[in-house]
Design a protein around this ligand. Structure first.
Ligand SMILES: *[C@@H]1O[C@H](CO)[C@@H](O)[C@H](O)[C@H]1NC(C)=O
Ligand SMILES: *[C@@H]1O[C@H](CO)[C@@H](O)[C@H](O)[C@H]1NC(C)=O
Ligand SMILES: *[C@@H]1O[C@H](CO)[C@@H](O)[C@H](O)[C@H]1NC(C)=O
Length: 574
């Protein structure tokens, strides 16, 4: 679907690693019929038994003639004789239960819209509220409509470069990354850098880690590096579990959950000597770490050890990947979206279970250590009555008022109550305690059941968001590595400054590289959380939606901006 907009086709192609995608904004080159056949038969020759071709509803060729799925099928069958099936998705794309991302997005935009209305004066132009990266924006409606019409005009006039540009930075970068990752550049055309770049997964597994590894490997190879995979985290690193990894080794990794390379929580601290030996033995010129809080700590330890071990004086970068979303320096980490979806779906099921019977309250314990992100955002997405988190201390009086509030609500037509609790929100008000309290106080009105979600929150196939977020963050990290390596090329210069050890993250509207040393001051090491967390300001939204009186801070809500200003963003939203 999507009429003349190729967004859905492009983003799905990126998320499932499709072999080919046809878009209205970027028609294939003149001889595409020959090219697609060559590509498909090359893939078969490498024993790949399945090819996916995605066709946008409005796909056209350079002559603005439609390219339909039937036409492609006929071509493939006639030229190659492959068994080919056409699936037209149609309206299934409109239906279904909303993902956690969509629910939270809708809630945030709804709040923005109300604030925009309250702030409007007779002179305010009609506007569209939107989110750019993680930042709310208001854009003039007239300009947005104009922009959409300009895209169509550009396509009609066959100015396809302009059409892609007018769709925005994020569309452009999706398209570039898709092209880089789907087409292997012939060996002869790659300019060798003579650099070895290693990739390592650290910490607990998170959905999307494999997509990040795939993207890094392919980007790195295209940039001329030799890519080395390190198996089993820092433990494997110290023992020399290091192997070269090639383009085709990572085929099909995008959609797989967990960590194929293997990941461990062990920190490098005790093994620095052994790791340095391995770095020297394999002549490693740059390090890419994909992982959560342990990865962050590990990076700090390695950067602190640069004086003792000059092997660590190479560019090192971390891409945050953890379900807990507790890495300093970024608003989001890879894997958190998938975990939120799991939590939301489970809450939906619990709410629906035993429907038509008694009134019931569910107490649900989520993961995250001391970080309340999953409990809070899961609560917002599932429509919870309360979410207890460590970041917002609570006492017996809060619990009492919550119980009374819920009891009053359950005396009306409401049949199900939902209370989320982050695993380490309080030492003494445990999940058992809260369940017993609600049971006792709700006697005669509702009964109470508890559910500890546990490790199911770390599993599962990555959501489209996590696949693409992983792919894009990692591609960006690899670009950074390449540019750093170019800086020093041939000079044998050692990297000693703080800005050669970075955490890549998303903040408000932009992707940012922050020296890991600078993030120390923003970190609560005892509780393994960042000192400031942006999502805390969404707490009142959940409370207001649960019919509590709460006030929402409008100070950093969106301001009216012009559409053109968006083209300066380097956003990664899907
Ligand atoms: C990876 O590809 C390069 C270049 O094609 C080749 O020299 C090397 O042997 C391959 N390595 C592995 C482990 O397959
Ligand atoms: C955090 O919560 C988990 C699960 O309830 C528990 O096993 C662990 O001991 C808690 N950690 C701390 C430091 O309270
Ligand atoms: C929990 O209770 C114990 C004593 O029963 C107390 O020592 C501890 O400080 C309490 N924890 C918190 C976080 O208040």
């Amino acid at each position: 679907m999507g009429r003349h907009c190729g967004y859905l086709a492009l983003v799905s192609a990126l998320a499932c690693g499709a072999d080919w995608v046809f878009l209205p904004e970027s028609p294939p080159e003149e001889d595409w019929e020959e090219n697609i056949c060559v590509k498909l038969s090359e893939n078969r020759a490498q024993k790949k038994r399945l090819n996916i071709i995605i066709v946008a509803e409005g796909a056209i060729d350079y002559q603005n003639k439609p390219i339909t799925s039937e036409k492609i099928k006929d071509l493939v069958v006639k030229q190659l004789g492959f068994d080919t099936r056409v699936t037209i998705l149609g309206h299934v794309q409109r239906g279904g239960t909303p993902s956690a991302f969509d629910r939270i997005l809708a809630s945030r935009l709804g709040v923005e819209a109300v604030i925009a209305l309250l702030e409007a004066t007779p002179e305010t132009p009609a506007c569209v509220v939107s989110l750019s990266g993680n930042h709310a924006l208001r854009l003039p409606l007239v300009e947005c409509v104009q922009m959409t019409q300009d895209v169509q005009k550009a396509m009609d006039e066959r100015r396809f470069k302009d059409a892609v540009q007018l769709r925005g930075r994020s569309f452009q970068s999706n398209l570039n990354i898709y092209k880089r990752l789907s087409v292997k550049i012939p060996e002869s055309q790659i300019v060798k850098s003579n650099c070895n770049v290693c990739i390592i997964n650290v910490g607990a597994p998170a959905a999307g880690m494999n997509a990040a590894v795939r993207s890094a490997v392919r980007m790195g190879i295209a940039d001329g590096h030799r890519m080395l995979a390190i198996y089993d985290g820092f433990d494997g690193f110290s023992k020399g579990q290091i192997k070269e990894i090639n383009w085709s080794d990572v085929g099909g990794w995008t959609g797989q959950g967990g960590s194929i390379l293997g990941t461990k929580r062990i920190l490098p601290g005790k093994y620095l000597e052994e790791i340095a030996v391995q770095m020297r033995a394999h002549n490693i010129n740059a390090v890419l770490i994909i992982g959560g809080f342990e990865a962050y700590l590990g990076l700090l330890e390695m950067s602190a050890a640069r004086e003792q071990h000059e092997e660590f004086c190479v560019p090192m970068i971390m891409v945050p990947a953890t379900v807990s979303n507790n890495v300093p320096g970024t608003d989001f980490s890879i894997g958190a979206d998938t975990a939120l979806n799991t939590i939301t779906q489970t809450c939906d099921r619990l709410k629906q279970s035993a429907s038509g019977t008694k009134r019931r309250v569910f107490i649900i314990e989520t993961m995250g250590g001391y970080c309340g992100y999953l409990a809070n955002m899961g609560g917002l997405a599932a429509g919870a009555d309360a979410a207890y988190i460590f970041e917002e201390p609570f006492d017996i009086r809060d619990l009492q008022s919550n119980v009374e509030h819920l009891t009053e609500k359950m005396k009306t037509t409401i049949q199900r109550g939902l209370v989320l609790r982050n695993e380490n929100c309080s030492e003494n008000y445990t999940t058992d305690f809260i369940c017993q309290l609600y049971s006792e106080e709700g006697k005669g009105v509702f009964d109470c059941r508890k559910n500890v979600l546990g490790h199911m929150q770390q599993g599962g196939a990555p959501s489209p968001f996590d696949r693409n977020f992983g792919t894009k963050l990692s591609a960006r990290a690899m670009q950074w590595i390449t540019s750093k390596l170019k800086e020093s090329h041939g000079t044998g210069k050692k990297f000693v400054t703080d800005n050669s050890v970075c955490v890549l993250g998303i903040s408000k509207r932009n992707l940012i590289f922050q020296p890991v040393a600078d993030l120390r001051k923003d970190t609560d090491f005892k509780h393994r959380i960042p000192k400031e967390q942006w999502w805390l300001k969404l707490r009142p939204v959940m409370k207001i939606l649960a019919k509590y009186k709460a006030s929402y801070d409008v100070s950093d809500s969106g301001q009216l901006e012009h559409v053109q200003s968006r083209s300066h963003d380097e956003t990664v939203g899907i």
